[in-house]
Write a protein that binds this ligand. Structure first.
Ligand code: ZN
Length: 318
């Protein structure tokens, strides 16, 4: 009996030890969150090294993410283009209006419209406030009336610097009013889109803006008026799914990210690898989703010509 017990405990011990060994082996094989963190630590170190590099870049200079050249911000010029590799940096709404509208012609609508916090989303007001101070904007779009090449139109320009140009109630309302103004005054509408999509802090109120702006665009279209969109980097989510793709003419800047859901989400859903240039303006042009890719410096002339071709009379000649 004693022997049996000894054997038994021996077996138990062996089994438990073996199991322990196996469990450890399995544990080693599975990247636990802790281990992942450990593996990522070198990356973090790299990142902080990057940060150190960034800190070494003197004030007023910027490192081009495309060619890595350190450039004097002044050398990017008004159009924010890398002088070494021609990469297009993102333009804020103010600079864009300056680059597109005839000098001094922009008459801005709804300058002081700002968001409330319809869902009582935590810290939303604080975030809005700090972005307003940082960007000088009340929300992520500027709208107004202007002339381009002497021809009047209503211009809307989204700004990625304000919560990634997310489509909240203010963006939706301002664009809707811009369309309504244009319909009433028989003017074409030009919108520069740039957005990460719907604004999650406003939930369903944000989603509803897609339908609201689209309905206003439809009424403008029913009145026989021209609507042009210029898709800039990045145009994604609910903005792509609504007014960005409703233009009678859809233009884009080169190498612009345009899509609805992100690449990983789509690949995960359809279980297929997507082409490398998927969701670029070049890919979309090839597949008929957009009409033309226009270099940034040519946009004012191209837009002026489009207005001319659609019989928009020069201001003062109508
Ligand atoms: Zn560059």
């Amino acid at each position: 009996m004693k022997l049996l017990n000894n054997i038994k405990s021996g077996i138990d011990k062996i089994t438990v030890d073996n199991l322990k060994g196996k469990v450890t082996a399995i544990k080693d094989a599975i990247p636990t969150p802790e281990k992942k963190e450990k593996k990522e630590k070198p990356k973090k170190a790299e990142k902080s090294a990057d940060k150190d590099n960034k800190e070494e870049i003197p004030d007023g200079f910027i490192k081009c993410p495309s060619c890595s050249a350190v450039i004097d911000k002044k050398d990017l010029g008004a159009l924010k283009i890398c002088p070494k590799c021609a990469k297009l940096f993102r333009m804020n709404a103010k600079d864009r209006v300056k680059a597109i509208a005839d000098k001094g012609s922009f008459d801005e609508f709804d300058i002081n419209m700002e968001s409330v916090n319809p869902l009582n989303f935590p810290d939303y007001e604080v975030k809005i406030k700090s972005l307003q101070e940082k960007t000088g904007l009340k929300d992520a779009v500027k709208t107004g009336r202007c002339t381009i090449g002497g021809r009047p139109c209503v211009l809307g320009v989204m700004d990625s610097g304000f919560m990634m140009g997310s489509l909240g109630s203010v963006v939706g309302e301002k664009l809707t009013r811009a369309f309504e103004y244009a319909t009433e005054n028989k003017l074409p509408v030009i919108i520069f889109t740039c957005s990460g999509g719907a604004r999650m802090q406003e939930g369903i109120v944000s989603l509803m803006q897609m339908a609201k702006v689209s309905a206003a665009a439809a009424k403008h279209s029913d009145a026989g008026l021209l609507y042009v969109t210029v898709l800039t980097d990045p145009t994604t989510g609910g903005v792509t799914a609504s007014y960005a793709m409703l233009g009678d003419i859809i233009l884009s800047e080169p190498k612009t990210l345009i899509g609805f859901a992100g690449r990983r989400v789509i690949e995960g859903t359809i279980k297929q690898k997507l082409p490398d240039d998927f969701q670029t303006s070049e890919f979309l042009l090839e597949h008929g989703f957009i009409d033309a890719i226009v270099d940034r410096e040519n946009l004012p002339d191209v837009l002026a010509n489009i207005l001319k071709l659609h019989n928009v009379e020069k201001a003062g000649e109508a």
